[in-house]
Design a protein around this ligand. Structure first.
Ligand code: ADP
Length: 301
């Protein structure tokens, strides 16, 4: 079998995109789409102001339209290609979700048809000039992935960010994913540990102390005062709880596999809510301080 005849057309289309980042995960449900979406929001948002495209080729579970608040939108065809849907002037989104008549309908396609569509997404979407294209992929290392990586490999892709949870069940698949990237020649930009502990704002919590004689005292003011002494420019306060009791697993795995570790994002109910409601966790009033700070650190790397 010779080289795919469509690769030059894909490369040509992608030549107007400066940076291409693929987001991968070994398993589903680890927060890959959430990360892709928030990465796109961050790059397009204040301070960065980049021209950003978000491409969802997770054909089995296209969750991006909802996560960017564009559910039910349709894409249009122009003589330049398929026009993506815009969240903002500088944030364009393309997803199979926009092509399906009803989001309750599963996509039951076989490999060749899926590959055909992925190819079309890479070749036929008119993004214009982009600083960044973030590509959200299906979980795993299936046949589809091999073609995705081949197509993307033809586009000078910057590399892959791999999202995992701290558990070994997810890490096993991440090792496969890293080896897969090495095999197909796509650099691993790094690993992100998502849902790393549970984080909850403590502003609304009360601290209570119980004395030996059973007297209960509200010590919130005292506790907060003490904390403020140690952190003069306090932004907000969080209670952090380990959930899976395997914190640090991803970092060690990254070290063992000799790929960069980018950081941890806590399980943050406010981040889940922002994703659910199709909002950026960086927006004012999103209340996602801890997860937004964690994500910002990761994104800066
Ligand atoms: P994947 O793309 O890996 O299948 P998703 O991004 O769809 O996973 O995330 C699965 C669910 O978990 C979503 O409902 C999302 O809102 C939620 N979620 C992901 N990451 C976090 C987090 N750090 N804190 C809270 N909820 C999260």
């Amino acid at each position: 079998k010779g080289p795919d005849p469509d690769l030059p057309a894909i490369a040509d289309r992608m030549s107007s995109v400066k940076h291409k980042i693929v987001v991968l995960s070994g398993k589903g449900g680890v927060g890959k789409s959430t990360f892709s979406t928030q990465l796109a929001f961050a790059l397009a948002g204040p301070g960065q102001d980049k021209q950003v495209g978000l491409l969802d080729i997770d054909l089995c579970g296209p969750s991006i339209p909802r996560m960017v608040g564009l559910e039910g939108q349709e894409i249009h065809q122009s003589n330049l290609g398929w026009s993506p849907v815009y969240v903002e002037d500088n944030l364009a989104v393309m997803s199979i979700g926009f092509l399906l008549p009803n989001s309750d309908n599963p996509v039951i396609w076989r490999g060749p048809r899926k590959n055909g569509l992925i190819k079309q997404f890479l070749r036929d979407v008119y993004w214009g000039d982009l600083d960044y294209l973030v590509v959200d992929t299906p979980p795993g290392t299936s046949d589809e992935h091999i073609s995705i990586m081949q197509y993307l490999g033809a586009t000078n892709v910057d590399g892959a960010v791999i999202v995992t949870t701290p558990q070994e069940v997810s890490l096993i698949d991440v090792r496969k994913e890293i080896n897969f990237c090495k095999t197909v020649g796509i650099p691993v930009l790094g690993v992100v540990e998502n849902m790393s502990g549970l984080q909850q704002r403590v502003d609304s919590l009360k601290f209570k102390a119980v004395a030996e004689d059973g007297e209960e005292k509200d010590v919130t003011e005292y506790a907060v005062g003490e904390i403020k002494k140690h952190v003069p420019h306090l932004l907000s306060m969080f209670a952090h709880m380990e959930v899976f009791h395997v914190g640090g697993g991803a970092e060690k795995m990254a070290r063992d596999m000799k790929v960069p570790f980018l950081g941890r994002v806590p399980m943050d109910p406010k981040l889940g809510k922002a994703a659910e409601e199709g909002r950026s966790c960086f927006a004012d009033g999103s209340d996602c301080t801890a997860s937004a700070i964690a994500l910002t650190r990761i994104i800066k790397k």
